[in-house]
Ligand binder design. Sequence first.
Ligand code: VGL
Ligand code: ZN
Length: 240
Amino acid sequence: MLDRRQVLAALGTTALATLASNPVLAAASIKPDDASALLVIDVQNCFLPGGSLAVKEGEQVVPVINRIAKAFANVVMTQDWHTQGHVSFASVHSGKKPFETIDLPYGKQVLWPDHCVQGTDGAALSKDLSIPQAELIIRKGFHKDVDSYSAFLEADGKTSTGLAGYLKGRKIKRVFVAGLATDFCVAWTALDARKAGFEVYVVEDACRGIDTQGSLAKAWADMAKAGVKRIQSGDIAVSA
Ligand code: VGL
Ligand code: ZN
């Protein structure tokens, strides 16, 4: 029987070099540079256990995000930031329940429990996030009659949050997206980032989804089609 040393010797240096340089096989092969930014989407109390729109296992993204954030010189966070009586709340549409949909002037809108109302504790970022270098917090969904899952564009498809201009002004070329929820704010942000011309990575294990009416599978399919790269947090090189 060959032992490990003999196997390595038999493989030879060429085979080992191939293993190490193969992005599929090598661990931690992606190194964020100065032109990379981490976008931390909506890690807010309302989406965490005990919150009004709690995402299953939502709290599990926090340590993963804290760890990978160490690899980024540029971090932007977002906050879902609704008015009271926001159009996306089921409570303002008589006879409607959360997770049902309605047609609004800008298209189909899923209705939600009241969540992330401006200035409330539910809208606050998780106190367990530990990303002191984060340089910008973008708030979105603050127009009463328009939702905004995306950190770039409101749901009317035309009102900009200013984030693309900010990132381009900072010479960012690549964005890595993490947070809540995979199938809504993460996916819409990733898709709009592609449309704005960025290279886009979604860090799957740093996200959790809501998954209503097939939304999670559809989100991954839409993202794949748009050229969004699906990676794991272990693919990102984080120095100790
Ligand atoms: C979100 C539903 C409603 C999200 C925000 O952060 O994904 N989902 N508002
Ligand atoms: Zn919302």
